[in-house]
Design a protein around this ligand. Structure first.
Ligand SMILES: C[S@@+](CC[C@H](N)C(=O)[O-])C[C@H]1O[C@@H](n2cnc3c(N)ncnc32)[C@H](O)[C@@H]1O
Length: 387
């Protein structure tokens, strides 16, 4: 099943392009974020156990509650500023925001008075879903708002900007090796099918990227036909965040690798994945408009771009360790307290184990960067980074 109107639009874009082809990043942008027909915009993307894929927040409130604990500590370290702004970008269905706000409401109403919680979301369908999900908090007067980066003045945020599985959803450029040279993958349409061709890179940034992340590519180590992805949007995204942040933290959770692992010659076909009804495969030209496309995140690129933009890295860890440091182990122990029935214990234990499973969600990367902190604030090692 594909969306025929979206296919028409893709063909039009290809025909209008100077090379009779659009970059894969342009293709991915349209199939995911075309304002009416893209996967994230045309209908509610199916995040959750019944849908195309699930995220940590689909597994219950624990993930959001443990993150909330980390935000509270950040607020303390910064001297309890008011307002303390939390910006969540790419909030999906709004479940994570709900779990975080719920934790604050139950545990620290004083903090809630200081909190401004802003959501930045590209899909108008998802903005509607988020507003719906968070109505009870709006009605209670929690300072919740939906913003764009243009609404936010430079150097105005004191607090934390965070995201979970956002960067993997940015459109990526795909590059390949042909006769020892770096080429870019473009999408064309001939004989009633989308086809990929290799041509010169669409931007100089692609030529500089590998040096920037400390990888020698192209080189003899890579086989002819090697393909991988470059997430240039992640670099401009982090630049924007660093401009908007005055004092505080950037917390990025996603699946990915440091560059030397990501661009290992053995990862011959890169990391592009397509998700449709919990099946994952590698064909981005089927189920158009109905399937999610993602690529892993190059965390070295985020670290180096951060340095370039005036951010400091406070730590990089795995989600499993991060959540254990924040008290996930205590939650597992509490399940033996006799306060829960057997079904509750089984379900919750399974969810908690999934959050820390090193071969799944627990293996995700957690990167914490900061800006504008005093030396003593920087020295206070964050709870989540203690293992
Ligand atoms: C994979 S979903 C993750 C959802 C949620 N964070 C979770 O953990 O369930 C990616 C989210 O990022 C949003 N997104 C992608 N690119 C964006 C952009 N440039 N600006 C704002 N939101 C974006 C998508 O619309 C979607 O809400």
């Amino acid at each position: 099943m594909s969306n025929l109107n979206l296919i028409k639009i893709l063909i039009e874009q290809i025909n209008q392009s100077s090379q009779q082809g659009i970059t894969f990043a342009e293709y991915m942008h349209l199939v995911l974020y075309h304002p009416e027909l893209g996967y994230y915009c045309s209908h509610l993307p199916k995040i959750g156990t019944q849908g195309d894929y699930f995220t940590s927040s689909s597994l219950g409130a624990d993930f959001g509650e443990l993150l909330a604990k980390q935000f509270l500590e950040m607020w303390e370290i910064l001297g309890q500023p008011s307002p303390f702004i939390i910006v969540e970008m790419g909030a999906g269905l709004g479940l994570l925001a709900q779990d975080i706000l719920n934790y604050f409401e139950q545990n620290n109403t004083h903090f809630l008075d200081s909190l401004n919680y802003w959501l930045i979301e590209q899909s108008s369908t998802l903005i509607k879903a988020q507003k719906n999900q968070l109505t009870p908090y709006l009605e209670k007067g929690v300072k919740l708002d939906w913003k764009t980066w243009e609404d936010i003045a430079d150097e105005s945020i004191i607090g934390c900007v965070f995201s979970n599985e956002l960067v993997d959803a940015f459109p990526v450029h795909r590059v390949g090796l042909e006769k020892g040279e770096l080429k870019e993958i473009y999408v064309t349409y001939t004989e009633n099918t989308f086809k990929e061709i290799l041509a010169d890179p669409s931007s100089e940034e692609l030529n500089h990227y590998f040096k920037f992340v400390g990888v020698e590519f192209p080189s003899d180590a890579y086989p002819e036909g090697f393909q991988t992805e470059v997430n240039l949007s992640a670099l401009s995204w982090l630049k924007t965040l660093s401009q908007k942040l005055k004092r505080g933290y950037i917390l990025t959770i996603d699946y990915g690798y440091p560059a030397h692992k990501y661009y290992h010659p053995q990862r011959y076909r890169g990391t592009l994945n397509c998700y449709y009804q919990h099946r994952h495969h590698h064909d981005p030209y089927i189920n158009i408009g109905y399937q999610d496309l993602t690529a892993h995140v190059d965390f070295t690129a985020l670290e180096r771009q951060g340095q370039k933009c005036g951010l400091e890295k406070l730590g990089f860890t795995q989600q499993g360790l991060f959540l254990m440091s924040l008290g996930l182990g205590d939650r597992l122990n509490d399940l033996s307290s006799g306060r829960y029935n057997l079904i509750e214990v089984m379900n919750r234990r399974d969810a908690l184990h999934q959050l820390i499973d090193p071969t799944g969600l627990g293996g995700f990367g957690v990167l914490v960067q900061c800006k504008g902190l005093s030396p003593s604030e920087k020295e206070r090692s964050l709870l989540g980074l203690q293992y």
